[in-house]
Write a protein that binds this ligand. Structure first.
Ligand code: CO8
Length: 293
């Protein structure tokens, strides 16, 4: 039997604990969009949910998107019959363009703080999830999109040389925060991360596979089916043993952020609102538009 959870849109959650969640999301309408940015199909017979990111044009991680994402993930996490989560995109060519730059450009410090809290929340929920999480990366996945992917347990990417993945923050004149860096180190190791972050590297699928940034490449039309097959293998392991092992591997990294959340928010707000950083973001946005033309 398939149960479809359509995530409530434009809702704010007020959660704090690392990776685990509090249960009382508070509904609050926003006026800039009315269609859900996340669609979740949960198959109770397999215990696997497929989450489709469907925020055109490029699934950028806006405040609304992140809030929906965290609520949807929390809902699945609390449903004990849900053991696995596959994350993919319904947008052509793009998994996620990363953080929505418009949420950080010419915005008030208060808005930037609220936005950053939502970014933290997304990562804490995903990196600390008890579910098996698989990223079915069916398009480009820069910056925050890459973070989302490496927060999962396993990554399958479409073998299309036009796609890229990586933490390219320095190319925007901004700096990947310590927990982005730590997640990357935990995935590909220190030396590769050092070079990747300093140069703001975006890797094509073959390069990403070579450095271990993704685990498997498959033809584009097989990304989700392969994720489903892979999920079966992961779910054959007893949950408690896998979950304790995952927690043992990830808890120190999660604790580093949970014990410094407020400082991290303050650091982000001070950094992102600097004139020089705003100028860099403005130039990057102009470059995106120009490239399009
Ligand atoms: N945020 C906002 N708008 C975006 C973003 C984004 N991240 N990415 C693309 N857009 C917009 C484009 O400007 C364009 O807008 P419009 O239609 O109004 O001209 C529209 O989306 C479509 O974009 P493209 O035409 O470029 O679409 P393509 O399909 O050709 O390419 C890509 C898709 C490859 C995703 C491409 O859009 C791209 O490279 N985007 C930029 C990705 C990027 O650099 N993201 C970094 C975001 S920063 C981040 O995630 C971490 C920040 C950590 C901050 C730490 C500070 C301390």
């Amino acid at each position: 039997m398939s149960i479809k959870y359509m995530c409530l849109l434009s809702v704010r959650s007020s959660c704090s604990s690392h990776g685990r969640v509090c249960a009382s999301p508070v509904a609050q309408q926003r006026n800039n969009s009315t269609s859900p940015k996340i669609k979740v199909d949960f198959d109770q017979s397999t215990g696997v949910a497929v989450m489709q990111m469907q925020s055109p044009p490029v699934n950028s991680l806006s405040l609304d998107f992140l809030t929906e994402f965290s609520i949807a993930t929390e809902k699945l996490e609390m449903d004990k019959s849900c053991r696995g989560l596959i994350i993919t995109s319904s947008q052509p060519k793009v998994f996620s363009a990363g953080l929505d730059i418009m949420e950080m450009y010419m915005k008030s410090p208060e808005h930037c703080g609220e936005f950053w809290k939502a970014v933290q929340e997304m990562w804490l929920k995903l990196y600390g999830s008890n579910m098996v999480t698989i990223a079915a990366i069916n398009g480009s996945s820069p910056a925050g999109g890459c973070l989302m992917s490496i927060a999962c347990d396993y990554r399958i990417m479409a073998d299309n040389p036009r796609y890229s993945i990586g933490l390219n923050e320095t190319q925007l004149g901004i700096v990947a925060p310590f927990w982005f860096k730590d997640t990357m180190i935990n995935t590909v190791g220190h030396r590769t991360t050092e070079m990747a972050l300093e140069l703001g590297m975006l890797y094509n699928p073959s390069e990403a596979l070579k450095i271990g940034l993704v685990d498997q490449l498959v033809p584009e039309d097989q990304v989700v089916t392969t994720a489903t097959q892979t999920m079966t293998k992961w779910l054959a392991i007893p949950d408690h043993a896998r979950q304790i092992t995952k927690s043992m591997m990830r808890k120190p990294t999660i604790d580093k952020l949970t014990s410094n959340r407020e400082t991290d928010i303050q650091y982000f707000v001070n950094f992102i609102t600097k004139d020089s950083i705003q100028k860099s973001l403005g130039m990057y946005l102009a470059m995106l538009k120009k490239r399009k033309g």
